[in-house]
Write a new protein. Structure first.
Length: 553
């Protein structure tokens, strides 16, 4: 009898206000095919169509039902109860939906290799499960001998339960080979959110309400939607019953797949509690075809994994109309250090008890940047790790951030699972402001202020403002910079009853708002100075903006 462990992949993202973390099984697919629920031999890397014959769920999170009684199911539940007792955890509930998903996956799991991420997610979603993918174990052997199957599973049960996968259990089997040998797929799943039933598909222009409650150990829930256009939106939340929340999800003019994600924060940072598609104006698909590519080939070295991930990130950024990210060796060193800590501790999260958050790690490395975004993952394949990140609204938002200009990726190999090495991955996104033309930037800022309030553009004010901005960008204090221009400002007394200043620094001119700059001031004329230099928080390349405001006599 052969046993095959398919461990859960962890994905996590971090950014200044939110950083979803997703736990999912994302091992690699390496062959096999199924079009009607039965396995067919196929060459390695051949396209695979997964089309289970069972009726799919119409809604997510229908009330739980017990699975049909079987000798294998009974034997596994006895082993689970014993393992839960040893681990000191609660006993997972036998979930008919998870049993069906495991049975469908047992029909297509390759003899050699592990179950593909996209197939696992498809099986979960079509059976109405919204939580990220479970811990999976696959055993090949005599499926008519439950005790022999259980003996293969038992060594891993307590470990997986102790890792938090204590909500639900599922098991499914399928005879696959002429000698009667079959595949058994076993799943243990965590859950930290409960919702009322959610439709899997909606009519064009339809909507539904998420009515959810998260576990007490989590706080600050958020809901994100990635539309079929690739854009991601954070939805408004309202207070719900029992300390929960509600959020309205609307198709509007959107059609096709909309990916919904529910996150909340614990001591390790923000965690993905649910990630599922809702189909607008069309039915949920009944089958999935997976066409493996070179993206799924094992990486020979960690350097190769990092380069391939960089290429995938930039491929998808360019497809979204964004600039490619520039590799930063210093940021990559920070990423590798965090990946190594995750490998050592087996704790995949963007907040570390020893090094803090991604921003803390970047700051400790003396890297100055106005933006720090982080994706973290434990994967068994480079391509599927990237696919999982892009399939999660929070992760995708980091990869396709308009603010990010640079990236450092750290990959560290872990244990080998079914011929595949674990890869602990950290992606850190930063921003190095691009060079700006002071004259053009000054004109842009003037236009935004004049749109908020009609003002004149005074060349003398602009010249003094430019001198002041250059002094600040060179590292001088405000007192030193003001002292150098005092006489010039005093000389303006014949024209202006009062000359005041507004000074700010930014990493991005697009974020500058004219109304916010001048506030309640009512100047007659202004002068804008722009210079780039160092800033204690933004770092090198910060854009210093000085606006002198003149009120006429």
């Amino acid at each position: 009898m052969r046993s095959l462990a398919v461990m859960a992949l962890v994905l996590a993202t971090g950014c200044p206000k939110h950083g979803p973390q997703q736990v999912g099984a994302q091992p690699s697919w390496r062959g096999g095919a199924a079009s009607t629920g039965t396995a067919k031999a196929a060459p390695a890397m051949a396209p695979v169509t997964f089309a289970p014959a069972s009726e799919p769920a119409r809604r997510y999170n229908e009330p739980l039902q017990a699975p049909p009684k079987t000798a294998l199911g009974d034997a596994v539940m006895i082993a689970i109860k014993e393992a839960a007792g040893r681990a000191g955890t609660s006993v997972p509930i036998a979930d008919a939906r998870l049993f069906r998903a495991c049975a469908e996956l047992a029909e297509v799991v390759p003899e050699e290799g592990v179950i593909g991420y996209s197939l696992v997610e498809f099986a979960l979603h079509r059976n109405g499960i919204i939580e990220p993918s479970p811990h999976l174990l696959v055993v090949w052997g005599d499926i008519d001998s439950p005790q022999l199957i259980v003996e293969q599973l038992q060594p891993r049960l307590a470990e997986i339960l102790a890792d938090g996968a204590t909500a639900r259990v599922g098991i499914g089997a399928a005879k696959r080979l002429p000698d009667g040998t079959g595949a058994v797929v076993f799943a243990l799943q965590a859950s930290a959110v409960s919702t009322s039933p959610i439709p899997r598909s909606l009519p064009a222009g339809g909507s539904f309400t998420i009515n959810a409650v998260v576990d007490a150990r989590y706080a600050s829930p958020e809901v994100f939607v990635t539309y079929e256009t690739g854009s991601t939106e954070r939805l408004e939340l309202k207070t719900g019953h029992a300390g929960g929340f509600t959020s309205e999800v609307s198709c509007g003019s959107h059609k096709g797949r909309q990916q919904v994600e529910i996150t909340a924060s614990d001591v390790s940072g923000s965690t993905v509690l649910a990630n599922f598609p809702v189909w607008c104006g069309t039915a949920a698909p009944a089958s999935l075809t997976v066409d493996p590519s070179l993206d799924d080939a094992p990486a020979a070295t960690t350097e190769e994994a990092e380069k391939r991930l960089l290429a995938m990130v930039n491929r998808d950024r360019v497809a979204a109309g964004l600039s490619a990210l520039v590799w930063d060796d210093r940021v990559a060193a920070v990423s590798r250090g965090h990946s190594e800590e995750m490998r050592r501790t087996k704790n995949v999260a963007h907040i570390s008890p020893t090094t803090g958050s991604a921003a803390d790690r970047v700051r400790a490395a003396k890297i100055k940047t106005a933006v720090v975004l982080e994706n973290v993952a434990r994967a068994y394949g480079v391509g599927e790790a990237h696919q999982g990140l892009m399939n999660s609204p929070g992760h995708r938002a980091n990869i396709t951030s308009h603010s990010a200009t640079h990236i450092g990726i750290g990959a560290v190999f872990g244990e080998e699972v079914s011929g595949r090495r674990e890869i602990f991955l950290t992606q850190v996104f930063t921003r190095v402001p691009p060079k700006v033309d002071p004259a053009r930037a000054g004109e842009l800022v003037f236009q935004r202020i004049s749109q908020a309030r009609p003002v004149g553009n005074n060349v003398k004010l602009a010249a003094i403002g430019q001198q002041l901005s250059e002094a600040l960008a060179s590292g001088k204090t405000r007192e030193q910079a003001y002292a150098a221009i005092k006489r010039q400002v005093d000389a303006l007394g014949a024209s202006y009853a009062r000359v005041s200043s507004v000074i700010t620094a930014s990493a991005d001119l697009d974020s500058i708002d004219g109304t916010s700059l001048i506030g309640d001031s009512k100047p007659d004329d202004i002068g804008v100075g722009i210079a780039q230099g160092s800033h204690p928080e933004i770092g090198d390349g910060a854009i210093w903006i000085v606006v002198l405001l003149g009120q006429k006599r």
